[in-house]
Design a protein around this ligand. Structure first.
Ligand code: CTP
Ligand code: MG
Length: 192
C-alpha cells in the first residue's frame, strides 16, 4: 500500500458516499409543508419538530438516488466490471437507496435526540448536527450490506479505514460550508 493507493481509496470512498451527502442539502430546497411527526409531542416536547418534513424526506431521498444513478452511469463508462465499487447496477441501486434514505433517517434521529434534550429546532447540537446523517447512512447500509461497508470503509490492512477517516473530515468542512451557503442564499435562518 503506497500513498497513491490510499488517495484512490479515499476518493472512491467519498464518491460512493455522495448519495448520502446530498439528501440533507436537497431537503432544505424541497422541504416544507407537513412535518413528519404531524406536529405531535411527547411529554410536551415535539417528537421531531417542524424542521423534518415529508417533502424534505422524499425530495431529499430521491435527489440522493438520482445522483447515485448518475454516478453509476459515469462509472459504467470507465469501470463497467465494478462501477468504481458499487459492484453491479442491482447492488448499486440498493446501496444507494440505503445511503440516501439512511442519511435522512439519521438526520431525523438526530432531531429526535435534540428534542429530548430540550434543544429547539435549528439550535446547535455539536457532533449530532454534523454526523447524524453519516451514522444513519452507515447503519442502514450496514444492515443490508455489511461486507460492502466493511470492505469499503473499515478494513485496516488494505487501508480502507482511511476512506472513513477522510469522510469524517470532509463532512465537518462541508457541513460548515453548506450551512453558510444556505444561510447566505436565504434558505436557512442561521449560519449553522
Ligand atoms: N428539511 C425538511 N425535511 C427534512 C430535513 C430537512 O424539510 N427531512 C428542511 C427544513 O426546512 C429544515 C432544513 O431542511 O429546517 C434544515 O435541516 P436541519 O438543519 O436538519 O433542520 P433544523 O431546522 O435545523 O432542525 P433540527 O434542530 O431538528 O435539526
Ligand atoms: Mg439544523
Amino acid at each position: 500500500m503506497d500513498v497513491l493507493d490510499v488517495v484512490v481509496i479515499m476518493i472512491a470512498g467519498l464518491w460512493l458516499f455522495l448519495p448520502a451527502m446530498l439528501p440533507n442539502s436537497a431537503a432544505v430546497v424541497f422541504g416544507g409543508g407537513t412535518p413528519v411527526d404531524l406536529g405531535k409531542s411527547i411529554n410536551g416536547k415535539r417528537i421531531l419538530g417542524d424542521g423534518k418534513t415529508w417533502r424534505g424526506f422524499f425530495g431529499g431521498g430521491l435527489a440522493g438516488v438520482v445522483l447515485g444513478l448518475i454516478l453509476m452511469a459515469i462509472a459504467y463508462v470507465f469501470d463497467p466490471d465494478s462501477l468504481f465499487g458499487y459492484m453491479s447496477f442491482r447492488k448499486g441501486i440498493c446501496i444507494i437507496v440505503c445511503l440516501s434514505f439512511g442519511s435522512l433517517l439519521g438526520d431525523m434521529l438526530g432531531s429526535f435526540i435534540k428534542r429530548r434534550l430540550n434543544i429547539e429546532r435549528g439550535k446547535k447540537a455539536p457532533v449530532l448536527d454534523q454526523y447524524d446523517f453519516l451514522i444513519g447512512a452507515f447503519l442502514l447500509t450496514s444492515l443490508f450490506y455489511p461486507h460492502w461497508v466493511y470492505d469499503t470503509y473499515i478494513e485496516i490492512p488494505g487501508g480502507h479505514i482511511f476512506a472513513l477517516i477522510f469522510l469524517l473530515i470532509i463532512t465537518l468542512l462541508l457541513h460548515r460550508a453548506m450551512n453558510i451557503i444556505g444561510y447566505k442564499a436565504g434558505l436557512k435562518d442561521v449560519p449553522w
